[in-house]
Ligand binder design. Structure first.
Ligand code: HPA
Length: 274
């Protein structure tokens, strides 16, 4: 795959580009349990990952995933409903393929969302956290391999991955709607296992506020392509060792469901104001 990455990407794009209804203004990547955002929306078009050539298909929860096109507050939006994770066994190149396809649709603004474990002891389950910066060094960079010069530089700058403008919009929306919003650093581990208490302590020591198994590699390729990026974590549980309870995917989904209302109102407010 190494030298044919761009060819394969173009093949993927060619296989569905005729179905794209319009050039979206914004992409929203919906994390675990956050597909709820779509519940009250009128869908214009859905393109299943299954129907896209060379597209990796998620193995989690029987959620195959799709690109969902819709309009909201006058904005044209494409949602990535379902993502694939490195822990599912895909090459990192395939994990970030949908993000690159989004860019090929002409999209320049992207909101990445995820469910995450709280590392900062001031956080609680149910909190929303804006991602101010990230730590990527525990996962393989998706930019390893021959650089795709058509998409971006060989050595992209990561000084400002997350857009200050979008962070400010999110903060003012939160203030207006009285939504408590945390801000912090997200660290991606590979998963699929949750961390040990010592790994969580380590994450805290090196500056992380939340840990998860996605998002960072997506942000890296999005930044490589010079997109405007906003990252939002829903803290679904405190990370290992902080509370006595055992961690489980069921708990993650339960908290995501319980906090869905404020998550959706934050996203809706951002869409309105972007
Ligand atoms: N660790 C890693 N990923 C997660 C967690 C966690 O505690 N909660 C939700 N995703």
């Amino acid at each position: 795959m190494m030298n044919n990455q761009y060819e394969s990407l173009k093949k993927s794009f060619e296989s569905f580009k005729n179905k794209i209804p319009y050039k979206p203004d914004l992409c929203i990547v919906l994390g675990s349990g956050l597909g709820i955002f779509l519940d009250d929306k009128k869908i214009d078009m859905e393109i299943k990952y299954n129907d896209i050539v060379d597209m990796p298909v998620s193995t989690v929860d029987g959620h195959n995933g799709s690109f969902v096109f819709l309009k909201s507050f006058g904005k044209k939006i494409v949602c990535m409903n379902g993502r694939v994770h490195f822990y599912e066994g895909y090459d990192m190149y395939d994990v970030v393929r949908p993000i690159r396809l989004i860019h090929m649709m002409g999209v320049n603004n992207i909101i990445l969302t995820n469910a995450a474990g709280g590392v900062n002891k001031k956080f609680s389950a149910g909190d929303l956290m804006l991602i101010r910066d990230h730590i990527s060094q525990f996962v393989k960079s998706p930019l390893i391999g021959k650089n795709i010069d058509e998409l971006g530089d060989r050595f992209p700058d990561m000084s400002n991955v997350y857009s200050k403008d979008m962070i400010n919009i999110a903060k003012s929306v939160a203030k207006l709607n009285k939504i408590k919003l945390r801000e912090g650093v997200y660290l991606q581990f590979t998963g699929p296992n949750y961390e040990t208490p010592t790994e969580v302590k380590f994450a805290r020591k090196i500056g992380a506020d939340a840990v998860g198994m996605s998002t960072v590699v997506e942000a890296m390729v999005a930044k490589h392509m010079n997109m405007n990026i906003l990252g939002i974590s829903l803290i679904t549980n405190m990370a290992a060792g902080i509370k006595k309870t055992k961690l489980s995917h069921d708990e993650v989904k339960k908290t995501a469901k319980e906090s869905s209302e404020k998550f959706v109102s934050l996203i809706n407010g951002i869409i309105k104001n972007i």
